[in-house]
Design a protein around this ligand. Structure first.
Ligand code: ZN
Length: 133
């Protein structure tokens, strides 16, 4: 399913007063439920959270378990208000890998028709997962 229109609308909920870089994410679980997230910046920069992790944390709050994550969809808009194709940061790649047991697809949109798809295993090779502990 193409989530471009929903992601574009969701960008307006992003809280990015410092960078002006808005990010929206929708995650889809194997049971078909989906959850939304946006980036939320903080004046204390390390406390900023990404759209992807906010969406995943909401899914977990609503009952998702490790292995339930099926798809991660992402769209971003830079400070010049241009849509740009975002890729998950390293922290998000780690969380996506763990929550999907390293088996999910990440959809990076820059328009309705321009969508890069990547397996999380290709975005985070040699992932360190819970089974490695
Ligand atoms: Zn991130």
């Amino acid at each position: 399913m193409n989530y471009f229109n929903q992601l574009q609308t969701l960008l307006d909920a992003s809280c990015a007063p410092y960078s002006g870089f808005n990010v929206a994410s929708i995650v889809v679980l194997k049971d078909g439920r989906h959850f939304k997230g946006v980036n939320v910046e903080s004046a204390a920069y390390p406390t900023t959270n990404c759209a992807e992790r906010n969406a995943i944390q909401t899914a977990v709050t609503e009952g998702a378990k490790i292995g339930d994550l099926k798809e991660v969809h992402i769209l971003a808009r830079n400070a010049a208000k241009e849509l740009v194709k975002p890729y998950p940061c390293g922290s998000c790649r780690q969380v996506i890998a763990e929550q999907s047991l390293n088996d999910t697809t990440v959809y990076c949109y820059s328009s309705e028709d321009d969508i890069a798809t990547h397996s999380i295993a290709s975005l985070l090779p040699f992932a360190f997962l819970g089974a490695d502990l």
